[in-house]
Design a protein around this ligand. Structure first.
Ligand code: SF4
Length: 94
């Protein structure tokens, strides 16, 4: 299995408008992104290299690039967190 590459936000610049990366203003990840392997830390915040505005992404439903939730939505529209990944995350977050 190929190892996942860690995406870095090297070259990103913090401005008053937010974090700019390759000419795009990036907003910090939202609560629902917590645990997603795509989120990248930059200084004290985390950003998503896949979606510059995670909040908007989640406002429309489940993020289809999320690594920590199943793409299945139950009838209540609740996001299901993959239990294995959640436990790994808990172990990491000691
Ligand atoms: S891929 Fe989706 S869930 Fe993951 S950090 Fe980005 S917006 Fe959040």
């Amino acid at each position: 299995m190929a190892k996942k590459k860690t995406i870095s936000l090297e070259g990103a610049v913090k401005t008053d408008a937010g974090l700019t990366y390759k000419g795009v203003i990036m907003e910090p990840i939202v609560e629902k992104c917590e645990g997603c392997e795509r989120a990248v830390s930059f200084e004290e915040d985390k950003f998503c290299p896949t979606y510059a505005r995670p909040e908007i992404k989640w406002a429309k439903g489940i993020c289809n690039f999320a690594t920590h939730v199943s793409t299945e939505v139950n009838k209540g529209g609740k996001v299901k967190v993959n239990p294995l990944k959640a436990s790994k995350r808990a172990a990491r977050g000691r």
